[in-house]
Write a protein that binds this ligand. Structure first.
Ligand code: PXL
Length: 275
């Protein structure tokens, strides 16, 4: 069985980060080792959330794992709280990255043209440095535009997306996958670029006019789980895009109209059978 380490916060209520990564990657058949970077009462889109930083636990936890001789097939990072934690994560890459360890970085910090409340441009720069070390990065357009210094656009064409992807790869990542890319009216999806082969991959779904928190985490976790199942990055992205779109569709049918997260639990059985 593959073993994945995922490093991100626990938002106790809110359905994002570890509370998505753990069930999704486990459901796809990999052992999922978690390293919580902070415990929050809710994600940061709620008002008045509590947050306990766990930075002081990170080094002792990973040092213990090292002493146990543990190895990981993948390391997947998501929302991190501080600049210092990014340095701690780089140390973890150095400690545990073997020849075949896949490193996936989702530089969670912004959406819809804006940084999340906890972050500033210094954090953006540091996150770009983390992306440089990744095999695959999966930012949204906002995160990519902050990291590359390109203008954020809501209306764009394929050449804008290609330029973002090329600049992301210039940062150092081997493969860049942009999420939330709609190349025609009424569509949304992903576009990726692999430096080694110069190959682009585009996948589009019908756009559903709703935005929810945690959909980026659903997408990234699914990519990780599918790659661990043996899919190449393009198929993993396609399935992750389908699963995310299907989950949004199902969430919209919930009569209680959840606002803070998607009903990914309802669609996990479908995910397991997606090809
Ligand atoms: O889904 C991304 C995410 C993860 N963790 C926390 C967040 C968010 C998005 O807002 O606030 C704490």
């Amino acid at each position: 069985m593959k073993r994945v380490l995922t490093i991100q916060d626990i938002s106790c209520l809110g359905k994002c980060s570890l509370t998505i990564a753990l069930p999704v990657i486990s459901a796809l058949g990999s052992e999922t080792v978690i390293l919580p970077t902070a415990v929050l009462s809710t994600h940061t889109m709620f008002k008045n959330f509590t947050c306990k930083d766990l930075s002081d636990q990170i080094d002792p936890i990973v040092d213990h794992w090292k002493s146990e001789g543990v190895e990981f097939d993948a390391i997947y990072t998501g929302y991190l709280g501080t600049i210092e934690q990014i340095d701690q994560v780089k140390r973890i890459f150095d400690m545990f990255r073997g020849d075949d360890t896949l490193v996936i970085v989702d530089p969670v910090m912004a959406d819809n043209g804006k940084l999340y409340p906890a972050f500033d441009m210094e954090y953006v720069k540091k996150n770009a440095g983390l992306c440089a070390e990744a095999d695959i990065v999966v930012p949204n357009i906002t995160e990519a535009s902050f990291m590359t210094g390109m203008e954020y656009k809501e209306e764009y064409d394929e050449s804008y997306i290609k330029e973002l992807l090329s600049r992301l790869n210039d940062l150092g990542a081997k493969t860049s996958v942009l999420t939330g890319v709609g190349l025609e009216p009424g569509k949304t999806g992903v576009m990726g670029y692999e430096s080694k082969t110069g190959e682009y991959y585009v996948y589009q779904n019908n756009r559903i006019d709703a935005t929810y928190h945690g959909t980026g985490d659903v997408f990234s976790s699914t990519c990780v789980g599918q790659i661990m199942k043996g899919k190449n990055w393009r198929d993993a992205m396609r399935i992750a895009a389908d699963y995310t779109a299907r989950t949004i569709e199902v969430t919209l049918q919930n009569p209680k109209k959840p606002w803070y997260g998607v009903d990914f639990e309802a669609t996990i059985p479908e995910l397991i059978n997606m090809k």
